[in-house]
Design a protein around this ligand. Structure first.
Ligand SMILES: [Zn+2]
Length: 330
């Protein structure tokens, strides 16, 4: 035995629930430092629930061919929280005709995390605001004692982001924005349920939906419960403008979020071992320059963040304009 037996006993923290909470908090903390990029819609467990207000209506949903659960290449030196697998948008999706001729994952027949060929499948993309039901706590502000424990209203969840300066140093200011999230799911079990409600109401933007996850794995269905329409929170209202302004300030553009996942840099960073991304965001041959270094945890974060050069950002925005088809599709 060592001298340690003389000191106070070590009591480890135990319990999966507490561990998960701490793990989530750690991810949240790393995600929010400086990056205004949106998180992704995620309900992890059977029965989990949240409230969303869609910002992208049925007719504007983006759909692409997408590779899911693609194993990533080894983590670059210094990268924390390197994801084991990532989704990507297939570069052979016809929308990229004239932009890309290759797709590393298709061309190499890469296998997904389950050992099957990572064929592309259609996935849908939309933006939403994550909201939460507010219960009375007995205070007058929330309806007084008679409303204790009763749902009295609904509000936006908030993303708190530590502002950083050009050198990446915290300024001490904490920015608070409505929690705008990226929703990326298949039709079946998710968007088809919203589509049915669109058929009923003519729009999906006029009310909140309570989303409840039922099941796990491929057997998952997301139940959408429609709330009452809200006259003070519709496209064209001041409240809606607040959300649009926040999206603009955070530079959240759905087209760019999707296009980024098909970009040269994205494939070089996560998949193609023959390529690297240098610190300026340029794609280079592997080993040609020092790796980009520590990266944000991208498993929960859309990476179209502050780490890209203005040039790359401009190109991504350009890519995100599928309204201009290539000549052979016209
Ligand atoms: Zn592909």
């Amino acid at each position: 035995m060592t001298a340690n037996t003389m000191s106070a006993p070590i009591t480890f923290r135990r319990g999966g629930a507490a561990a998960e909470e701490a793990d989530n908090a750690a991810h949240e903390a790393s995600r929010r430092k400086g990056s205004k990029a949106p998180g992704f819609f995620r309900l992890k467990g059977d029965g989990d629930q949240t409230v969303i207000r869609l910002l992208t209506d049925h007719d504007d949903w983006i759909w692409v061919d997408q590779h899911n659960f693609v194993p990533t290449k080894p983590a670059p030196t210094g990268a924390d929280n390197w994801p084991e697998s990532m989704t990507s948008v297939c570069r052979k999706d016809q929308v990229f005709a004239g932009h890309y001729a290759d797709c590393y994952i298709c061309d190499k027949g890469i296998k997904n995390a389950f050992g099957k060929t990572a064929k592309s499948a259609i996935r849908i993309w939309a933006l939403a605001v994550e909201r939460e039901l507010v219960k009375g706590d007995g205070s007058d502000a929330l309806g007084g004692p008679s409303k204790q424990g009763v749902i009295v209203g609904i509000r936006d969840k908030v993303d708190e982001i530590e502002e950083v300066d050009a050198e990446g140093k915290a300024t001490g200011t904490v920015l608070r924005y409505p929690r705008i999230i990226v929703v990326n799911h298949p039709m079946k079990g998710f968007f088809s349920n919203l589509k049915a409600l669109h058929g009923l109401h003519g729009t999906l933007l006029d009310r909140d939906y309570i989303v409840t996850r039922e099941g796990t794995g491929t057997d998952t269905n997301y139940v959408m419960s429609a709330m009452e329409p809200t006259e003070d929170f519709l496209p064209g209202t001041p409240k809606w403008q607040v959300i649009l302004d926040a999206a603009a300030e955070r530079e959240i553009v759905l087209d760019a979020v999707v296009a980024e996942r098909a970009s040269d840099a994205y494939y070089a960073r996560f998949f193609d071992p023959a390529k690297d991304v240098d610190k300026d965001g340029n794609v280079v041959e592997a080993g040609a320059s020092a790796p980009a270094g520590a990266l944000p945890d991208l498993t929960t974060t859309a990476p179209a963040g502050t780490t890209y050069s203005p040039d790359l950002r401009a190109r991504l925005h350009q890519l995100g304009k599928p309204a201009e088809p290539a000549a052979d599709q016209a």
